[in-house]
Design a protein around this ligand. Structure first.
Ligand code: 5GP
Length: 190
């Protein structure tokens, strides 16, 4: 029996652009879309749960996972390592489930190289000041980390043209609507 494969949607954008909120709203509108839970060596923030927000791994266990070829991609991001686990993605795609990856630009390029049929979407801020404000307001990073993330944001923005789609996050509603259009168009093609 022919089973339609699921589509991988990659969402990237600089820290503070509002990806988390957009993705939460997207999953409410499209409950069959599965968000892949990444692994990271970053310690959990207040309220984050292992297996839900991330799989929080020690650097040693993360290295073991690299050696076992458990990752579709992994990258150093900010001061830690982050990786997409094959176990979170490939079985779902084979079953016909669409999977969303929220990963950085380096990871996105690696996934597109391995799986060119994946759909990549870059979320851009309306202006750099909005990133600074959001990072300050959410109060989860200290000043040094905020400065580091803003510097990295400039590099990330230089990759936006390599994505299949670019959305300026003017409002969450606008971004969610645009992503839903992309998903709907894609499901008509397949
Ligand atoms: P945060 O520490 O704020 O949760 O995430 C920092 C950055 O890591 C974000 O830009 C996010 O997209 C990226 N990230 C999260 N999971 C992964 C992953 O599995 N692979 C890669 N390459 N980046 C990731």
């Amino acid at each position: 029996m022919f089973v339609r494969k699921g589509t991988i949607y990659i969402i990237s954008g600089p820290s503070g652009v509002g990806k988390g909120t957009i993705i939460r709203e997207l999953l409410k509108s499209r409950p069959l879309l599965k968000l892949s839970v990444s692994a990271t060596t970053r310690p959990p923030r207040a309220g984050e749960k292992n297996g839900i927000d991330y799989f929080f791994l020690s650097p040693e266990i993360f290295e073991q996972a690299i050696c076992k070829d458990d990752f579709l991609e992994w990258c150093p991001v900010h001061s830690h390592k982050y990786g997409t686990l094959k176990s979170e993605v490939m079985k779902q795609v084979d079953k016909g489930v669409d999977v969303l990856l929220e990963i950085d630009v380096q990871g996105a390029l690696k996934v597109k190289e391995k799986l060119p049929e994946a759909v990549s979407i870059f979320i851009a801020p309306p202006h750099m000041d909005s990133l600074k404000e959001r990072l300050k307001d959410r109060n989860t990073e200290d000043q040094d980390e905020i400065e580091r993330r803003l510097a990295i944001a400039q590099t990330e923005l230089s990759f936006q043209n390599r994505y299949d789609y670019r959305i300026v996050n003017a409002t969450v509603e606008h971004s969610v609507k645009e992503i839903l259009k992309i998903i709907e168009r894609r499901s008509l093609v397949l």
